[in-house]
Design a protein around this ligand. Structure first.
Ligand code: BTN
Length: 319
């Protein structure tokens, strides 16, 4: 009920009478009053004036279910929503939910993580109140070897979501899926999968976004946040909902072909490495070349000095 009252107040942007809310939501006045009291406890400032009703004045930057739902307009992605104040890792929680049968599109969010994990076994610093930690559970009917492309799909969704909220479209992608602002990393994604040889049980796409972070530990000198780049704060719930909007759109296009052929143009438009000299760091092989963009499989095409074009499917490139 709280979620519906919040959504109605947000949609109106003005005073809404108790009677109108009761009619719209088919509930009693007491139920409306209780929902408003709960929202106030969560930090929403709601004015109540006799004969005029309720008006939402300010909302906290909370990553609660009610707040995220008030921005969410997807059909599937994030519709089953699980929010924590604190958890070990949203990827761990999403995998537990997957084992219990949670549906495709389930989204797990947390305000902080005690065991946040990054790629290559690194830790992911996850303090409270300033960033997004979210994991999306998918049950795609695709071959296991195609699942890694989903990470690139999420990278595009995050970059486009950030760009929708910023005045300049500053967010780009560093292959394969780091989202960067002015050359510094603002978001990373860790994708995990449970599969057999020829079928996927589920995929968990875990993404961290530095939103209102004002200071990073010294060792994270290549990290930035939306706040540090623009000087203003952003609403995390709104950004999560936008990520889900773009992910749903791009996932639909990915599913049509089971590759990135309908998405390469958009991805390459966002790719900060495109037409740049890159250094390819493979386990026993390092070389420089010109990054040309990705192919339909999400591999980075790099032209070496001798003209040969390599298809990089794993590993890291540095600019
Ligand atoms: C990277 O190393 O770039 C990937 C970072 C992924 C971090 C996110 S935060 C939400 C989810 N839970 C985790 O433990 N990791 C991912």
């Amino acid at each position: 009920m709280k979620d519906e009252v919040l959504a109605a107040l947000k949609e109106s942007g003005d005073y809404v009478s108790g009677q109108e809310l009761c009619g719209q939501l088919s509930v009693s006045r007491t139920a409306v009053w209780k929902a408003v009291s709960k929202l106030k406890e969560e930090g929403y400032e709601i004015d109540s004036v006799p004969n005029r009703g309720y008006c939402l004045l300010t909302a906290p930057d909370a990553m609660t279910e009610a707040e995220i739902r008030s921005y969410l307009h997807t059909e599937q992605m994030g519709q089953n929503l699980v929010c924590f104040d604190d958890t070990d890792s949203t990827n761990i929680q999403a995998k537990l939910l997957a084992e219990k049968g949670a549906p495709h599109g389930t989204l797990v969010c947390s305000d902080q993580q005690t065991k946040g994990r990054g790629r290559r076994g690194r830790a992911w610093d996850s303090p409270p109140g300033e960033a997004i930690y979210m994991s999306l559970l998918l049950r795609p009917g695709i071959r296991p070897e195609h699942a890694s492309m989903l990470t690139l799909v999420m990278g595009m969704a995050v970059a486009d979501a950030i760009n929708e909220l910023m005045d300049d479209s500053l967010a780009g992608i560093k292959w394969p899926n780091d989202v960067v602002l002015k050359g510094k990393k603002v978001s990373g994604t860790l994708t995990e999968m449970s599969a057999e040889m020829d079928c996927i049980h589920y995929v968990v796409i875990g993404t961290g976004i530095n939103v209102n972070t004002q200071k990073f530990p010294e060792e994270l000198n290549q990290a930035t946040s939306l706040r540090l780049t623009t000087g203003r704060n952003f609403r995390r719930a709104e950004l999560i909902a936008l990520c889900m909007k773009y992910f749903e759109k791009y996932y639909g296009l990915f599913e049509e072909t089971e590759d990135l052929s309908l998405l390469t143009d958009e991805y390459n438009r966002l790719l900060v490495n495109q037409n740049q000299e890159v250094r390819v760091l493979e386990p026993e092989n390092e070389y420089t070349g010109l990054a040309l963009g990705i192919n339909n499989q999400g591999e980075l095409l790099v032209r070496r000095e001798d003209g040969h074009v390599e298809e990089i499917y794993a590993g890291e490139v540095s600019v």
